[in-house]
Design a protein around this ligand. Structure first.
Ligand code: URP
Ligand code: ZN
Ligand code: ZN
Length: 460
């Protein structure tokens, strides 16, 4: 399978220039002008368009049991939505509960993707408890090519890790050369606040925010980072949403903690008023940590522009409004958490970020692709355009206009959190290892083309 992309403007996290790209045997083999290629090579004319690295979403949920129900996407639907949005690699969270065997869970999660995914994928391995048996199992999972872990300082009794376990896990991670990603809140505080709100008759989705205010997230973040400091482990704070938590990461980084920061699309473009909408509409916007008042968004955009926030993911977790979110009509703590965004991340980050001059085009590519590749052991195979890299390319039309709607999106969920929003830019044509999976905005992907990406531990 070979392909020539001509006349495009190549943009990466660092460079911008005009050249043609020749892809063969799944990789980019040559970049230049007037390339001499075999006569029958298929050609894409990218004149007037940008050619950018395939985007990487480092935090998604596809198979996700939550409060007695399951996230709606399958690998067929999720990978299709990812590719339609320009995301060619996704990293899914494997989320075992405290009772489940880690090796079995890891194998089960992989079965959900094998033969079904049209885009490439890998995982962060969730660790809901830690003991010598778990340590042995993690050693095996890392050897299978999954050298990144996930812990929760939330979801008490389900996935939450105790302090003793957190300390032992981070010591192990440091030794093994793996990065530990963390959902940072304070699980006990959340339970106490939820109980008090419910006792006071505050049951609607608008109260979710008040059960997890910025102080709760800042406490969890500082806690995680203190443990990282003591153990010298490399950590990654997922879905950071507020100024106070960002300040905690800045303080820690100043004292030498190896900490990286992710924010997610919903926290950049939606604010807490979305979850205050009447008639239970606010439930569509319930996620954890919650959407924040608008000034926090400014802090997040500044953090991205200044390099204090490294990646933008989605935390894609699709639950239908009808039949799933509405399980929490009488009690906000029963609303499945998540705001589906996998398909919209790249273009909304472009629209709200680049087009509104909050970040430049290189930062857009860096935080939505290159940094995730670097942090999670995929670089330079993914996340950039250079000879030898996988031919994961997006021909992006920066002038395209469209309107987001659940009626036309590819995600398997009955609402869009961005319904009716006008957006700029489109992943017009997308390749995964040289195969065209989106052509002129039309999906041509094939379930099973996507490959599990094995990764190795690294030094940070
Ligand atoms: O609201 C969220 N974030 N849902 C998915 C689970 C998690 O905490 O990442
Ligand atoms: Zn989380
Ligand atoms: Zn998540």
């Amino acid at each position: 399978m070979s392909l020539l992309i001509r006349n495009g403007e190549i943009i990466t996290a660092t460079d911008r220039y005009s050249a043609d790209i020749y892809c063969a045997d799944e990789t980019i083999t040559r970049i230049g002008h007037d390339l001499d290629v075999p006569p029958d090579t298929p050609v894409i004319d990218a004149a007037g368009k940008w050619v950018v690295p395939g985007f990487i979403d480092p935090h998604v949920h596809i198979y996700l049991p939550f409060l007695g129900t399951y996230a709606k996407d399958t690998y067929e639907t999720a990978s299709r939505a990812a590719l339609m949005g320009g995301t060619t690699t996704l990293i899914e969270m494997i989320c075992p509960n405290k009772e489940q065997d880690l090796l079995e869970t890891c194998a089960f999660w992989q079965e959900q993707a094998a033969g079904r995914s049209a885009c490439d994928y890998t995982y962060h391995m969730g660790v809901p408890r830690f003991d010598p048996r778990v340590q042995a199992q993690l050693t095996e999972i890392i050897a299978q090519g999954i050298p990144s872990l996930k812990i929760f300082l939330a979801y008490k009794d389900l996935a939450h890790l105790s302090d003793a376990e957190l300390y032992a896990l981070l010591c192990f991670a440091k030794e093994a050369g793996v990065i530990v990603t963390g959902h940072c809140e304070n699980a006990d505080l959340i339970v106490a606040l939820q109980q008090r709100l419910l006792q006071d008759g505050k049951t609607g989705p608008e109260w979710h925010y008040h059960s997890r205010p910025p102080a709760v997230e800042a406490a969890g973040t500082a806690h995680f980072l203190a443990f990282a400091q003591l153990t010298e482990a490399t950590v990654y704070v997922v879905h950071l949403s507020c100024r106070e938590a960002l300040q905690a990461t800045l303080r820690a980084r100043q004292s030498g903690v190896r900490a990286y920061v992710e924010t997610v699309l919903p926290h950049l473009v939606l604010d807490s008023t979305a979850a205050e909408q009447p008639d239970f509409e606010g439930a569509k916007y319930v996620m954890s940590p919650p959407l924040r008042p608008a000034p926090h968004q400014t802090a997040l955009w500044n953090g991205l522009r200044q390099g204090f926030i490294h990646t933008v993911a989605t935390d894609h977790a699709p639950f239908d409004f009808h039949g799933q979110k509405d399980r929490g009509r009488a009690d906000f703590t029963q609303i499945p958490n998540g705001i589906p965004s996998l398909e919209e991340r790249v273009k909304l980050l472009y629209t709200a970020g680049v087009c509104q001059d909050r970040i430049d085009v290189h930062t857009w590519i860096n935080c939505a692709s290159t940094q995730a590749a670097r942090l999670f052991g995929l670089y330079p195979r993914k996340g950039t355009i250079q000879p030898g890299a996988d031919a994961d390319l997006v021909i992006f039309d920066p002038h395209h206009s469209s309107v987001i709607s659940a009626a036309t999106h590819a995600m398997n969920v009955d609402y869009s959190a961005y319904e009716g929003w006008p957006v700029k830019g489109r992943a017009e044509t997308v390749t995964v290892r040289g195969k065209i999976v989106v052509e002129q905005g039309r999906y041509t992907g094939v379930p099973g083309h996507g490959r599990f990406l094995t990764r190795a531990p690294q030094t940070f």
